[in-house]
Design a protein around this ligand. Structure first.
Ligand code: ME8
Length: 517
């Protein structure tokens, strides 16, 4: 069944630290999908926010010498600010310290308890505050978590969730819904982990206090991951499961996460939901990891790249483009100033930017600043062929883009747009409208019209990735704001000859190579 609603989430970020390139990456990817779905006529809910409880945040607040609530109020703002800088189109921003969330997290707990899946026991084992995760002895490598994080021995009374009971149902889920976890490599990793055997999970702590209290036992606070995962339900209106909002948006269509937290989303989360008898999300996509100039990003190395810095130095759309074009989504990526400058210059300045620049300036000079008239030259096969690449002329024309977005193959969809621009640039060279101007002005009109129309389609397709530049391009083609959805890629919405056009302006400036140094 295809739903007309689409609910996409980013992880909620810990407020122990300021936002960096990694957070920007996940959020921009979600923003692109949200914008794509809206342009494709879906009712979208795009959620992001901050994860504000737990020992890690409590410790960071203590280190800053500020009470935890004041600390999280401040740091959460940095993530809101990141959203503004990146022009994220999120419909909601959730904070786990909000009353709506505390209510939802406790309601989820009660459902697990009512299902008979929670019992009181005591935990004795390893815990990593940095990862907010429990580790089995057998998982430790040289006395550290597999992530390299330090671990400490914890022994305390704790509630447990009967995770072991869900081993088979989870394996069944991965089998029957092979796309539940993407990409394939992560799916295999999760299956191996679950096949290895699931132990019951400690889901409460008593030795610190910054969290949601367990309903009916004030001594305990909920494990921060149970609390955090519940955010996806909170924002959908849970526990009001009969409400219109929940009915419309739950289950989530996609939880986007980094590969570091796939286990929480693809094992614990569906198990909690199965126990609570709530529908499961349709997909968890775990993307890869960015390094900076070949090194792990870390405060101690002083190489943490902030979204503010990138946007200021390279431009917002250039940053968004680079992040999603440079590496196949799912794989790991390396950020380097050199590759960023090269990518921007090759694809944006020299290809799409150049196509727009030459087309629009030729129209301004030789076609009286109006959309040219293609009819004067009659129907020409070379125009039809190029337009067919760009316009939606058949019911299935958009299917490959839809599939690329659903499977998060951003680099492929961008690659297809870039190839379209390359084809148009080759077409200009072949047609040589500067020669046609003297030899056959009607042919020049047809050539310039075709180019303008291809640019209109490119502009529409680019909107999810580069909203500002795409809108600048569409403004220059005098495409009205209400005529920019994917529906408008059809030939009946093509540019109307004779429409006056504004003065052309450059869209993608070249990055000077000294910036790359
Ligand atoms: O894990 N490369 O929050 P978090 C790519 N609060 N992505 C990166 C990255 C990098 N180098 N560094 C961070 C948490 N990320 C929990 C989530 S959800 C219910 C709770 C991104 O602040 C990536 O999406 O540590 C990763 O999963 C997330 O930031 C971790 O953010």
């Amino acid at each position: 069944m295809t739903r007309d609603s689409y609910y996409i989430t980013t992880p909620i970020y810990y407020v122990n630290d300021k936002p960096h390139l990694g957070h920007a990456y996940t959020s921009v990817a979600c923003d692109v999908i949200a914008r794509f779905m809206r342009l494709d006529g879906k009712k979208v809910k795009f959620l992001t926010g901050t994860d504000e409880h737990g020992q890690k945040v409590e410790k960071s607040a203590a280190a800053a010498g500020i009470p935890p609530q004041a600390f999280v109020d401040e740091v959460s703002q940095h993530f809101r600010h990141m959203g503004e800088v990146l022009e994220l189109s999120n419909d909601d921003f959730i904070r786990t310290t909000e009353a709506r969330h505390i209510r939802a997290a406790q309601a989820l707990w009660k459902r697990l308890e009512d299902a008979g899946d929670i019992y009181l026991g005591s935990y004795a084992g390893w815990y990593s505050v940095r990862d907010e995760a429990y580790y089995a002895e057998s998982e430790l490598i040289d006395g550290k978590a597999p992530t390299g994080a330090p671990v400490e021995w914890v022994e305390e009374e704790s509630y447990f969730f009967r995770l072991s009971k869900f081993q088979e149902p989870l394996l069944e889920l991965y089998r029957t819904q092979p796309d539940f976890i993407l990409p394939e490599s992560r799916r295999n990793e999760v299956i191996r982990f679950v096949e290895g055997g699931l132990k019951d999970l400690s889901i409460s702590r008593t030795t610190f206090s910054w969290g949601v209290t367990v309903p009916g036992n004030e001594k305990h606070i909920m494990y921060v991951w149970l609390d955090a995962l519940a955010n996806y339900l909170t924002a959908a209106g849970f526990p009001d499961i009969d409400g219109a909002h929940y009915q419309h948006f739950w289950p989530a269509s996609l939880h986007m996460v980094g590969k570091d937290i796939v286990r929480f989303h693809a094992v614990y989360w569906p198990a909690f939901l199965m126990s609570a008898k709530l529908s499961l999300p349709e997909r968890v996509f775990a993307h890869g990891w960015w390094t900076i100039e070949g090194e792990k990003m870390s405060k101690s190395l002083g190489n943490v790249v902030s979204p503010d810095h990138l946007v200021e130095k390279y431009g917002l759309d250039q940053t968004r483009y680079f992040l999603l074009r440079e590496v196949p989504f799912g794989g790991d990526g390396n950020f380097s100033r050199q590759s960023m400058a090269e990518r921007i210059n090759a694809d944006l300045a020299n290809n799409i930017g150049n196509l727009a620049q030459r087309t629009l300036s030729m129209i301004a000079k030789n076609a009286e600043e109006k959309v040219p008239d293609p009819m004067l030259a009659g129907k020409r096969p070379q125009d039809v062929a190029l337009l067919d690449l760009a316009q939606v002329t058949r019911a299935d024309s958009l299917d490959s883009a839809r599939d690329q977005i659903r499977r998060c193959k951003f680099h492929e969809m961008l690659g297809a747009i870039i190839s379209m621009a390359s084809a148009a640039n080759e077409y200009v060279d072949r047609e040589a409208p500067w020669k046609q101007r003297k030899e056959n002005p009607d042919a020049m009109q047809a050539t310039l019209y075709t180019l303008a129309e291809v640019l209109r389609c490119i502009g529409i397709m680019l909107q999810p990735f580069m909203p500002e530049s795409a809108s600048k391009l569409l403004d220059q083609l005098a495409v009205p704001a209400h005529a920019r959805s994917f529906e408008h890629l059809r030939p009946e919405h093509a540019l109307i000859p004779g429409t006056p056009l504004p003065k052309p302006q450059g869209i993608f400036p070249r990055i000077e190579t000294d910036l790359a140094a």
